[in-house]
Design a protein around this ligand. Structure first.
Ligand code: IMP
Ligand code: MG
Length: 194
């Protein structure tokens, strides 16, 4: 796996420090309030698992699954595959967490859907933010790192379903990505769990 990597972008100690900072801010925000962390599968699971260990207040945990269909470099529509039960959302304050905020479509669609299902409020938190790629107006309330427009893997982020288990964030060797954009690379299969 490591032979596919060009360089490490964020190492484990940088990640730990950023998580402690964000966890502190989230704790200060939600202290004394009942809230639910909604983790977007699959990419956010490492981040969520580490983050909530540093949030020493009451919270509940739920999951949502979303896939986006991408033709070439154009982001397609999002399909929501799995939602928490209504009882987990209605009247609850939600902290929606994803691995990366890229075009913004995933988080804006999901927060819309959570509001539609009666969430009292929806705040958002992402591990990485790529503001240069934004296609819809969307800002996260918290983020660990801002990154350049380059495809990264590890710490939950995948390429063609792989590399999620790297404990750091890395840039893949460019020859592994197709010249016309990663979204059309073999193995991504068009529709895939983001
Ligand atoms: P958005 O809806 O365009 O904001 O897309 C967010 C999703 O795109 C994330 O949950 C990731 O699965 C995927 N994504 C965007 N950029 C990257 C990247 O650099 N590496 C891995 N996945 C990415
Ligand atoms: Mg993905």
């Amino acid at each position: 796996m490591h032979k596919d990597l060009q360089r490490i972008l964020l190492d484990e100690s940088e990640i730990r420090a950023a998580i402690e900072r964000v966890a502190g801010e989230v704790t200060a925000e939600f202290e004394g309030r009942a809230f639910t962390v909604v983790s977007v599968l699959k990419g956010s699971i490492l981040f969520v698992a580490d983050l909530i260990r540093h949030i020493p207040i009451q919270l509940e945990l739920a999951f949502v699954g979303a896939s986006s269909y991408r033709e070439s470099t154009v982001s397609g529509e999002l399909s929501i595959e799995m939602l928490p039960a209504d009882g987990e959302i209605e009247g609850r304050e939600i902290l929606l967490i994803d691995d990366i905020l890229d075009t913004g479509r995933t988080l804006s669609r999901l927060s819309e859907e959570l509001h539609r299902r009666g969430a009292a409020s929806v705040k958002t938190c992402v591990f990485l933010d790529k503001p240069s790629r934004r296609a819809v107006a969307m800002q996260a309330d918290w983020r660990c790192f801002e990154v350049e427009d380059e495809f990264v893997v590890g710490y939950g982020l995948d390429y063609a379903g792989r590399y999620r288990n790297l404990p750091f964030v890395a840039v893949l060797k460019p020859q592994l990505l197709l010249a016309d954009g990663v979204e059309t690379a073999p193995g991504l299969g068009g529709r895939g769990a983001r």
